[in-house]
Every structure is written in C-alpha cells, then in structure tokens.
Design a binder for this molecule. Sequence first.
Ligand code: NAI
Ligand SMILES: NCC(=O)COP(=O)(O)O
Length: 316
Amino acid sequence: MGEPAGIGAEVAAKAWAALREIPGPGFVFLGDADVFDGVPVARIETPEQATAAFPTALPVLHAPLAARPRPGVLDPANAAAVIASIENAVALAQAGRVGAVVTCPIQKSVLTGTGFPHPGHTEFLHALAPVAPRPVMMLASEELRVVPVTIHEALASAIARLTPGLIVETARITHDALVRDFGIAAPRLAIAGLNPHAGEAGTMGREDIEIVAPAVAELQRLGIDARGPLPPDTMFTAKARPRMDVAICLYHDQALIPIKTLDMDGGVNVTLGLSIIRTSPDHGTALDIAGQGLADPSSLLAALRLAEQLAARRSF
Ligand SMILES: NC(=O)C1=CN([C@@H]2O[C@H](COP(=O)(O)OP(=O)(O)OC[C@H]3O[C@@H](n4cnc5c(N)ncnc54)[C@H](O)[C@@H]3O)[C@@H](O)[C@H]2O)C=CC1
Ligand SMILES: NCC(=O)COP(=O)(O)O
C-alpha cells in the first residue's frame, strides 16, 4: 500500500491497467479498496484468487485505513495500517502464498514519528524475514547496480560507522545474492572510495587506506572479484559501468545519485539478505504530485517485472 497520501495507489492502479491483458501472475494490492477512484476493484478474500480476478479488476485484500487519505497531506492516524500492510505481505510471502513482496513508498518520517523503530522498509523487512546477518539495499537498473554499505543514517554517522568488516559483510551478501538470484556466476564488485580521488594517497583522508583498501584485500582473499577503492567521481562513467556487476558504495547518496540520475524510471530497489523476495520502485511518495494523475508507474512496473523474475528463479 505505501503512504496513503502519496502516489502508491495511483501507480498501482496504472500498473494494473498496463499489465491486466498480459499473461502472468498479476498482483494483489494490500490496503484500503476505497482509495481507488474510477478503477474496477475486486475485493478478494485470499491471494490465491488474484490471478483469476486480475484481467477484469484490480485485486485488493481489503484492510481499511483509520482515516480517509487526502493527497499530499500526511496523517499519522494511518501509520498503523501502513505498517500492518507490510507485515501482512511478508507473512503471505513467508507462507508461500505469494511469490514476492513489492512495496509502495512509505513516508519514513511519519512512521518514525509514531514510534516505529525502523528507518525504512529495508531494515523492517530484515527484522521480519532475515537470512543474512544484516539487510542490504540494492538498486538495480538495466545498466547499473548499486549497494550502499550504510543506508538510512546521517552522513556523519555513516562515515563514523564504516569498518572493513562492515564493507566485507555487505559485499559478501551482495555477491551471494548476485550469484543466487541474478544468475551471475562470478560477480565483479567495484568498491567505491570515500574521499576525493579515493584519498589521493592519504593526503585527502586516511579512510581509503585504513578502511576500504583492507576490505578489498579481504574480499580478494575470499576469492571475490573486487576492485577498489575507486575514485567515486569516475567509477560510474559510461566506460566504467560495463566493467562491474555492482558498485559497492559507502553511503546512501553515493549509490543512489548515479542510478537515479541515469534511470529513475527503470530503477528498482531490491532488498538482499531476506528469506523472501522484495522489490520496490526507486522513487518515494511524491507528495507534491499526489492526487493529480501525474505519477509515472514505470518504476513500479520494473519492480513487478524483477520480482516475477526473481520468484521464477527461486521456483515459486
Ligand atoms: N521505498 C520507499 O519507501 C521510499 C520512500 N521514500 C520516501 O519518500 C518521501 C519523499 O522522498 P523524496 O526524496 O521527495 O523523493 P520522491 O521520489 O518522492 O520525489 C522526488 C521528485 O520526483 C518526483 N517523482 C517521484 N516519483 C515519481 C513518479 N512515479 N512519477 C512522476 N514523478 C515522480 C516527485 O514528484 C518529486 O518531484 C520521503 O519520506 C522518503 O523517505 C523515498 C524513496 C523510497
Ligand atoms: N532512497 C531509497 C529508500 O529510501 C528506500 O528505502 P526502503 O524503504 O526501501 O528501505
């Protein structure tokens, strides 16, 4: 469902309209059926009914919101329903009743404002369905995959928390997921440096020498094809991108700026290190355009396509 005041329901309805006549499993919306205006909705009782309903109506497992949503106007009264829809989706995936969870964007500050302890889906989903020791966020598009080692935290604390161990653990989880879920036999990892020019031999910061380089050495010792620390300003160029299967970046924006700049429409957020499959569009709640019919469903469609491919690989 995502944030009810955002564009989640609009892109879900547009994605349904785009997919309804295409053979495939379809999807079921977990949330309030009454948020859809001018869209045929099928209130189904079980997720198993979704595929049959999909060609004629948007299947919804109805769970009412506490307050009627107003586009662009956040209401903490609906936070519990937003959280419950994520929990319910995960429970259905854990029970094998759906192949994957595709989340619509949440307004993180609203949830944390009500005492929700997780900074984003990624951390919450890992608390619900962990496999690896930590959650890993990957954003993937046709021409680039990126992973931020630190995720939803202030830049100062992200830098303070960097250790060789954290980089190695994140890179190993990423490597294993690329092998298992993406079918890449020997993934090539490009590890970003932290400082300008990857520290310029220590003259612009010691972190690249003391934290990143030892992590790269350890990954190489483990037999992983890892290179770095690479100067962050040139590692994403058109010539450099084909030389990597994933860029391991050190903080959120180092990873997300290049991929969103290159392909905001085709980018998909995938959580690694879970027992279930989870994808999501790369964009947020877009409160500034909510309720105006302007929201582009491309990234949600890409997230649905990738979820289907990953589920097929795990033989759902
Ligand atoms: N997976 C998730 O739950 C995510 C949630 N968010 C949350 O979304 C909220 C807003 O974040 P922002 O940084 O403002 O990013 P945003 O992606 O919501 O919006 C940035 C700009 O892109 C436009 N935009 C976004 N998606 C669009 C679409 N599908 N079609 C047309 N235009 C679109 C918006 O109108 C806005 O001008 C924050 O609370 C953030 O935490 C952000 C990213 C992912
Ligand atoms: N900017 C990406 C993002 O915030 C996605 O977070 P999550 O809610 O998927 O963990």
